[in-house]
Ligand binder design. Structure first.
Ligand SMILES: [Ca+2]
Ligand SMILES: [Ca+2]
Length: 300
């Protein structure tokens, strides 16, 4: 009953104030055009994660970023097995080692690994970049409040402040942050959006809000982005969820990332971020972000 009342109140607020942040919006069922993948696109790049280790010609670990929000990124949390990429989130009472100290010495000012939540990220930076096309992953999302998984893209101009996203834009193809978010009815929803002109005072962005996937913490769904010089078009399971072109669409190549992040700061998971709630897992619990493939297509 309380859920219905809250939903009704939010619906009324949205009518009164369409500028309310998307965090308050109700999730919607994908209802746009079909992708028509085979008739419009051809496959040009993929990782099916069929091997027994990460293909380092396609991805690297962001070894320069140890501390990440309320946790740590570490390559030991990333595995390739049974045809999937698996990023595990778990609590480590003993800090994991930094592999790269030996390689990079003190040339890199790493944040020190400490006791806390460990998870992972893989990135195509300096390995594979793409310009325009259709980008898709097929994934099962990690089951925990207080954290989220994401499939996103970036380039090295995202922080360039020029009033435009044409130089480079962070495009969040999907982010999952509403596990068991019953109060907003968003537990099966993901959010998609863009960020450009950095992350400080000049930051700009936009969002298509929350969209329902199909039982995403138990079953595979596909999350896709169509990107051309005019707009970004977002898809879940090949059905359009929304379009953005705010600030102008990135006209430069971008690289893909798959990641998990824990809400908090300075490596301490103490925050509710973007409505994630605080982390609900206990030491000994784990959550897995399971990715069957990443595929990149170009327009025919
Ligand atoms: Ca810019
Ligand atoms: Ca696979």
């Amino acid at each position: 009953m309380m859920v219905k009342i809250i939903r009704a109140l939010v619906a009324i607020l949205m009518m009164l104030s369409p500028s309310l942040p998307h965090q308050l919006s109700l999730p919607a069922i994908p209802k746009g055009q079909d992708l028509n993948l085979d008739s419009r696109f051809e496959l040009v790049w993929s990782d099916e994660f069929d091997g027994t280790e990460l293909d380092r010609t396609k991805w690297q670990y962001p070894w320069w970023e140890t501390e990440r929000k309320g946790g740590y990124w570490h390559e030991d949390m990333v595995d390739v097995k049974d045809g999937n990429l698996v990023i595990t989130t778990a609590y480590m009472s003993e800090p994991l080692d930094n592999y790269y100290d030996e390689i990079w010495g003190d040339r890199i000012d790493f944040d020190e690994y400490k006791e806390g939540w460990y998870t992972g990220c893989i990135t195509g930076i300096n390995t594979v970049e793409h310009l325009y096309g259709y980008f898709e992953c097929r994934a099962i999302l990690p089951k925990s409040t207080g954290m989220w998984s994401a499939f996103w893209m970036m380039n090295d101009k995202v922080e360039n402040v020029d009033g435009s996203g044409k130089d480079g834009t962070e495009v969040d193809i999907f982010e999952s942050m509403y596990y068991k978010d019953v109060s907003w009815g968003a537990g099966d929803a993901v959010v998609s959006g863009i960020h450009y002109d950095g992350y400080g005072a000049d930051h700009k962005g936009d969002s298509i809000g929350k969209w329902f996937a199909n039982n995403p913490y138990e079953e595979y769904n596909t999350y896709g982005l169509e990107w051309n010089e005019n707009e970004y078009i977002f898809y879940i399971n090949g059905v359009e969820t929304g379009r953005l072109s705010t600030g102008g669409v990135s006209q430069n190549p971008e690289y893909l990332l798959l990641s998990c992040e824990v809400a908090g700061e300075n490596g301490v998971a103490n925050a509710d971020r973007h409505g994630t709630g605080k982390i609900s897992m206990k030491p000994g619990d784990t959550a897995e972000f399971i990715v069957d493939y990443v595929r990149v297509y170009q327009y025919k």
